[in-house]
Design a protein around this ligand. Structure first.
Ligand code: NAD
Length: 247
């Protein structure tokens, strides 16, 4: 399905990003695994992708830092010769009620989750415009759609990603670059492991399908949006949330 395509997945050493990288590789894409922390974990994901018979390597960059992102895009395009798919997945949380939220926690979450998407989309689209084709998939969150007490920074960033997705979809459409977002609900990863049992219980009551999602379920939806099957879809947000939000 993605044979001959090349992809960059940010924050891909664990969780949803790792699942996306493996899903794209199993569909035949060559994959660059971005990480900001442990090189070893990212290299393990790259090795697992190579086991699928594709090219894969890990590449360090803090997505919040413009120079890091520029160097990363340069490395990826040099190694692969092209860049067809960008998955903006890297994200963090720094939860607190607004009155207790420190400015540094606001800035850190906005810088990684929103400015990071701006940096990566800007870098990747330069190459995609030359190719006159490309797919960008941004990982937002249901929290960006519905808000969440204690996550003002995170919900603002993730809602910002949805606005950015629509604007870029319009801006890049003449160059045949599709830009879409996914909004996962509550997915079993190290991010949601931090939630206490009471919070998990109350969450489940609001999920019609009655369970948390799996990273692989998000990855399959991302793979669809990154494929030619989604050539006529742009500026959309696909919710992968077990039915939590229905418009
Ligand atoms: P995770 O914490 O397991 O993974 C996030 C990854 O991003 C990590 O590998 C981390 O090292 C990387 N990262 C963080 N800051 C970075 C930076 N500045 N530069 C590069 N990489 C960076 O979390 P996850 O649950 O796998 O989340 C992945 C994405 O999905 C995030 O954008 C998150 O907001 C979103 N999301 C998660 C859930 C969920 O329930 N887990 C729900 C909705 C949306």
């Amino acid at each position: 399905m993605l044979k001959g395509k090349t992809a960059l997945v940010t924050g891909a050493s664990r969780g949803i990003g790792k699942a996306i990288a493996l899903e794209l590789a199993s569909s035949g894409a060559d994959v660059a695994i971005n990480y900001s922390g442990s090189a070893q974990k990212a290299e393990e994901v790259a090795a697992a992708c190579r086991d699928q018979g594709v090219k894969a390597f890990s590449v360090q960059a803090d997505v919040a830092v413009e120079e890091d992102v520029k160097a990363m895009i340069k490395k990826v395009t040099e190694q692969f010769g092209q860049l067809d798919i960008l998955i903006n997945n890297a994200g963090i949380t720094r939860d607190n009620l607004l009155m207790r939220m420190k400015e540094e926690d606001w800035d850190a979450v906005l810088d990684t989750n929103l400015k990071g998407v701006y940096h990566c989309a800007k870098g990747a689209s330069r190459q995609m415009m030359k190719q006159r084709s490309g797919k960008i998939v941004n990982v937002s969150s249901v929290v960006g759609v519905m808000g969440n007490a204690g996550q003002a920074n995170y919900s603002a960033a993730k809602a910002g990603v949805l606005g950015l997705t629509k604007s870029l979809a319009k801006e890049f459409a003449p160059r045949n670059i599709q830009v879409n977002a996914v909004a996962p609900g509550f997915i079993e990863t190290e991010m949601t492991e931090q939630l206490d049992d009471t919070t998990q219980e109350s969450l489940l009551q609001n999920i019609p399908l009655g369970r948390l999602g799996e990273a692989a379920e998000v990855a399959r939806a991302v793979r669809f949006l990154a494929s030619a099957d989604a050539d006529y879809i742009t500026g959309q947000t696909l919710q992968i949330d077990g039915g939590m939000i229905m418009h």
